[in-house]
Design a binder for this molecule. Structure first.
Ligand code: SF4
Length: 438
């Protein structure tokens, strides 16, 4: 099959955007570009910027799974896809576009805290996903995380399967869990690093053996099939002693914005305000990566970019250039603490203009902005994959319910205020509370 072919129908059809599946929204079509482990080369960044200008309204979004999407696409879908494919931004074949869901740390291979460089195994897993026709039946949302023990790591996003490096008896192992995340401590077992690929293959195969077409995610399957029964049926030797089952992934300790120490140099993390890049921002970031870095950008699950291997001499100039483009370079900038979905300007389900409201709220809070505030236009909560410390859930234009995360409560947490204006919400968020630490 050539890449330009239309993808085959999946038994688990998706409403999510893909490269070919340009989904219609209030502000035009949306095309999602899946990046291998979040990696985007500078030339590819230029191609995305050019495509967003030529075929769409020029809005590019960083997603919370380390991918990109172009919004506001007009009628020439084929022209857009052709440009993206020519830049090497497509899958190996059309049928495998949806399954390329493997999340890595944006500092994979460079992080000073990592236990191992997961990039070789990540490449094998992506090859497995793309090269195995049966796995193309997986839902476009079915996702795998591979964590090498990096200090810059997203540990709260639930994944259908996650693997996390640990070292026992001077040997590298991969602990794993299902339908959970490394931060929640539900380790089901471990395999030697060399068996990691076999474990992934076995989990995916077994999932497809057991799941009905309606069961698109691992958590749905596990509602009727206990996790222990599932892993005992994998046919892979799994270590399940107390050293493994009582192991906890250390918290990630490095910031993802600003200058970050690499194992072999420095990296720079920058965030587009509320996850949105203009073509000029993306081109500018590519230029900086070429001039002072290694010519690559890594998209992160925080809807941000990491530029790796920045020369010591160029660090300040690179930071100044990125800041001049409007990219946020410091974690204490109020807007860097806001996350907002598309909202009513681009999404028919939105009850409020979440992005514009987030800008206003950031200005109201100033340096008093708490750890992280998520504004969601409706309960679908598209902008974050986990529960934020504070969530403002829209009820009507400019009016929100405020929830504070509480580990003892399901959903968004404790309801602290209803039908609040932005001023009222801002006043409550400015109050010191331990719940607002990220
Ligand atoms: S959370 Fe709701 S309003 Fe916001 S983008 Fe998703 S579906 Fe639309």
């Amino acid at each position: 099959m050539t890449p330009a072919n239309t993808p085959v129908a999946s038994p688990r059809p998706s409403a999510c955007p893909g490269l070919w599946r340009i989904v219609s929204a209030r502000d035009g079509g949306i095309c999602r570009i899946k990046l291998p482990g979040g990696l985007l080369l500078a030339d590819q960044a230029d191609a995305v910027a050019a495509a967003a200008e030529r075929f769409a309204g020029g809005v590019i979004e960083a997603t919370n799974r380390g991918n990109l999407q172009i919004r506001g696409i007009g009628s020439d879908h084929a022209g857009l896809v052709e440009c993206l494919l020519a830049a090497g931004l497509g899958p190996r074949d059309a049928a495998s576009d949806d399954v390329r869901n493997l999340m890595l740390s944006p500092l994979a291979g460079h992080d000073p805290s990592m236990l191992l460089d997961v990039r070789p195994l990540a490449g094998q897993i992506l090859d497995l996903l793309q090269g195995t026709p049966r796995f193309h039946e997986l839902s476009a949302k079915f996702a795998v995380q591979l964590d090498g023990g990096e200090g810059v790591a997203m540990l709260d996003h639930p994944h259908d399967l996650w693997l996390s490096a640990l070292r026992l008896e001077q040997r590298d192992w991969l602990a794993f869990g299902l339908a959970s995340c490394p931060a929640d401590g539900q380790v089901l077992g471990a395999v030697p690093l060399e068996q990691g690929l076999a474990l992934v293959r076995a989990v995916l195969d077994r999932f497809l053996d057991l799941a009905s077409p309606e069961q698109s995610r691992m958590r749905q399957l596990l509602q009727g099939c206990p996790a222990e029964v599932f892993i005992n049926s994998l046919g892979v030797q799994i270590r399940r002693d107390t050293a493994v089952l009582e192991w906890h992934r250390q918290a990630a300790e490095h910031p993802w914005l600003g200058a970050v120490t690499q194992r072999d140099g420095m990296a720079l993390g920058v965030a587009p305000p509320l996850g949105r890049l203009s073509p000029a921002m993306l081109r500018g970031a590519a230029r900086v990566a070429r001039q002072w870095g290694d010519g690559s950008l890594r998209l992160s699950p925080w809807q941000s970019l990491m530029l790796t291997n920045i020369t010591a001499a160029g660090l300040e100039q690179a930071r100044a250039a990125l800041s001049a483009l409007g990219l946020l370079c410091q974690a204490d900038e109020p807007l860097a603490r806001m996350v907002a979905c598309t909202g009513s300007s681009g999404c028919a389900k939105g009850l409020a203009e979440t992005k514009a409201d987030a800008v206003e709220l950031a200005a109201l809070l100033g340096s008093g902005a708490p750890g992280s505030v998520h504004l969601s236009g409706c309960p679908r909560s598209c902008a974050v994959a986990h529960v934020a410390p504070a969530t403002l859930l829209a009820r009507a234009p400019g009016r929100y319910d405020l929830y504070l995360r509480d580990a003892h409560l399901p959903g968004l947490g404790a309801l602290r205020g209803t039908d609040l204006t932005l001023n009222e919400a801002g006043a409550m968020l400015a109050l010191p509370t331990e719940h607002l630490d990220d």
